[in-house]
Design a protein around this ligand. Structure first.
Ligand SMILES: Cc1ncc(COP(=O)(O)O)c(C=O)c1O
Length: 347
């Protein structure tokens, strides 16, 4: 009997991908002698300078280990515990961070129902009726994710509208940018166009989903928000001692447009996958494919057969909606093999 060989790349998550070779080379190159720990090193200085080149001269940048930490600590910097954070019901901070944002900020999250992961000003307005009333939490941050995990993307205009509304109401706009590169690549804009120039105040800038081994950055577009952040980061257990190895990765990612090339590739692979799946009559795509996620209703009986060979997540059990993610290393052959199996199974 021949043993079935599972494909080495699947469509479960961009986190499942390995490390881009240029990033790996940068890690190896940084493994040279001693440098001062905790960020006072030349790798970190160069990486911060690159962030300033991409996002604006005045930004304050702090490297952390992971995305949940970046969100939690960035949100903590902008809030007090009597505040509320407004977000989409599906948002990672609401669903996938084990209550860490609530635990560390002490704030209540006010989730807004949003089938495509995006929220807008009209949905937020009703949450502001009790501003100034001490019996109610006080909204202080609007938090959006860009790209959303549903694969959709906020346009620069949409971000500007949210930022203007936030600032008009003494609030801040926070962006969970675990996939900010995919959003900028999808919109064909600069990173600055959907952050600083659109009025974002605090950004979690993703690395791990776009070719890094680990590491994210918290970026502040208003200096005063970062005033005590070095203490917040340390108390929040996200001050990396061997910072140079995160910095070196960011240096690679932000040089030679690697961030854009990786994200563009992942996005393009999602388009190819979506186009192929749309041709299968038993499958229905459920979201616009604007970044590197493809959502589809696949009948349950086929899901279990596909999952024998491919790892991917069921997003909504009731609907039998599944999520396929592509990454910087997805190939057209990976997609062709997967789609061939899909067609064989549904026949
Ligand atoms: C949108 C989004 N934000 C934040 C995170 C958190 O990242 P981490 O798993 O590094 O904590 C993820 C991870 O999947 C994510 O998809």
């Amino acid at each position: 009997m021949t043993k079935q060989v599972k494909p080495s790349r699947s469509f479960a998550s961009d986190n499942n991908a390995g490390v881009h070779p240029a990033v790996m080379e940068a890690i190896v190159a940084a493994n040279d002698g001693h440098v001062i720990a905790y960020g006072d090193d030349p790798y970190t200085a160069r990486a911060v300078a690159l962030f300033r080149k991409h996002l604006g001269r005045d930004v304050e940048v702090y490297f952390v280990f992971g995305g949940t930490g970046a969100n939690v600590l960035g949100l903590k910097a902008g809030t007090e515990s009597h505040n509320a954070i407004i977000c989409a019901q599906t948002a990672h901070i609401n669903v996938d961070e084990c209550g860490a944002p609530e635990k560390f900020t002490g704030c209540k999250l006010l989730p807004i129902a949003s089938p495509d992961g995006k929220i807008n000003v009209d949905q937020i307005k009703p949450l502001l009726h009790e501003v100034g009333f001490e019996h109610h939490v006080q909204p202080r941050v609007i938090s959006v994710w860009q790209a959303t995990e549903m694969g959709t993307v906020y346009t620069p205009r949409e971000v500007k509208n949210l930022a203007k509304f936030a600032h008009d109401h003494d609030m801040l706009l926070h962006v969970d940018g675990a996939r900010i590169a995919n959003a900028a690549a999808s919109l064909n804009v600069k990173l600055k166009d959907i952050t600083k120039d659109a009025g974002v105040d605090i950004l979690s800038f993703g690395g791990a989903k776009n070719g890094m081994m680990y590491g994210e950055a918290v970026v502040f577009f208003k200096r005063n928000l970062a005033k005590n952040f070095k203490y917040t980061r340390k108390q929040g257990t996200h001050l990396p001692s061997k910072m140079r190895f995160i910095s070196a990765q960011f240096e690679a990612l932000l040089s030679n447009d690697l961030w854009r090339r990786n994200a563009e590739h992942a996005n393009r692979m999602a388009q190819v996958l979506a186009r192929e799946l749309a041709l299968v009559p038993q499958i229905t795509l459920t979201q616009k494919v604007e970044s590197n996620g493809v959502f589809a209703v696949v009948p349950k009986k086929y899901v279990s057969l596909l999952q024998k060979q491919y790892f991917f997540y069921v997003w909504n059990e009731e609907m039998s909606e599944v999520r396929f993610m592509t990454s910087f290393d997805t190939t057209e052959d990976d997609i062709a093999d997967f789609v061939a199996l899909v067609k064989k199974i549904v026949k």
